[in-house]
Design a protein around this ligand. Sequence first.
Ligand code: GDP
Length: 166
Amino acid sequence: MSTVQKKICMIGDFSVGKTSLVSRFVKQTFSDKYLTTVGVKIDTKMVAINAEKNVKLILWDIAGNDGLTTTTTSYLRGAAGYLLVVDGTRRPTWNSALNLQQAVAAEIGEKPFIMLLNKADLINEWELDTALIEAQRAKGWTILMTSAKTGDHVEESFLHLAMAVL
Ligand code: GDP
């Protein structure tokens, strides 16, 4: 059995659900650590890829509401991939995500990422139309609808990214 470690960053506007997605995914695991000095929370979770291979995901979640403005370089350094999180009930967070993705790619190059349209349980308040999403998918983006509240597609999203970064 071999284990590799991969650093994954949570990217997205304040309050889109980055922290909630990580805690939904790692719940029932034991590691949980706060690097308050650098404003980053780090969780880890072991994922079995197959009978011979594990991947230990080191999940970096930025604290506070500065998005990527101040800590970009140190936060992203060494990342194998990232989850780009949008709050589906707030259209501006979609535009932010597109900008953030460009900023991240400029910083660390083209790494695997998945866009998560979070808060899928709040479908009555949804502000993203299908055409918008499909146009982005047509550019080759993987986009999943998640709910940290119900757990919908959360595990699947992290596993998908784990496969992509291997
Ligand atoms: P972060 O700033 O991106 O880390 O966002 P948080 O994880 O702190 O979540 C911001 C707010 O959105 C909190 O009140 C969460 O309870 C709520 N939230 C996060 N994910 C979901 C979700 O999938 N559905 C609903 N209804 N609320 C969510």
